[in-house]
Ligand binder design. Sequence first.
Ligand code: HPA
Length: 270
Amino acid sequence: MKNKLQTCLASIREKTDFKPEIALILGSGLGDYADGIQIETTVDYSEIEGFPVSTVTGHKGRFVFGYVGEVPVVIMQGRVHYYEGYPMTDVVLPTRLMGLLGAKKLILTNAAGGINEHFRPGDFMMITDHIATGVPSPLIGPNLEELGPRFPDMSEVYSRRIQDVIREAASDCGISLREGVYVQLTGPNYETPAEVKMCKIWGGDAVGMSTACEAVAARHMGMEIGGISCITNLAAGISKEKLDHKEVQETADRVSKDFKRLVTKIIETM
Ligand code: HPA
């Protein structure tokens, strides 16, 4: 794994010496954001030796290097999901890579199903904490000592400072913001109503198939993290409707303008 990370890092460094301050991972349907920034260069995942390539439709597979305002950023346009069949260490490899490229801060975004009965499709939920126990920890296996400790603390995965930045950014943009706990399950099937009930009893407000594992790997490296879920649908059993990936994309499209304004404001002020 160490070698794979270093191979990928060297492969990117052959193409660019860009040094990002902030890393951003774009969720399902939110990938457009990267097209609107001041792009310096892009690197397709397929150009990176040893890199796990995403297979989901609607996910582009590339790193975008550029500026949001004055801030140098690296954006993952399309992430790698556990349900694609990669080992968890590969799933978080891009996150680690962005950390090694120099990003000390990470913003995670995703599309998620709403569990909290006050949530509506199209809401933004700031992630205050997560439950990652539905997937294997990305830290299982020999510890990469040069990245972080064997038993890293997870008592503040989503930085309180960045949470304040996100609240303030939402308020400045006039965008209403929900807050809650994100539960990661493996997917790719959506949950059963019983599973959603379980997530609710666990203390979850939203459920999805990504993000928490990336947050664990990033926190292990000491990155400062913020997270936002776009509630694209009500989770199974909360709504009477059947779930469909199309609905997820349609909702993400509908709110993409607000999403762009919010994320830009967050990056500029964090
Ligand atoms: N469940 C899991 N993942 C999701 C959902 C959902 O309802 N909506 C978008 N991603």
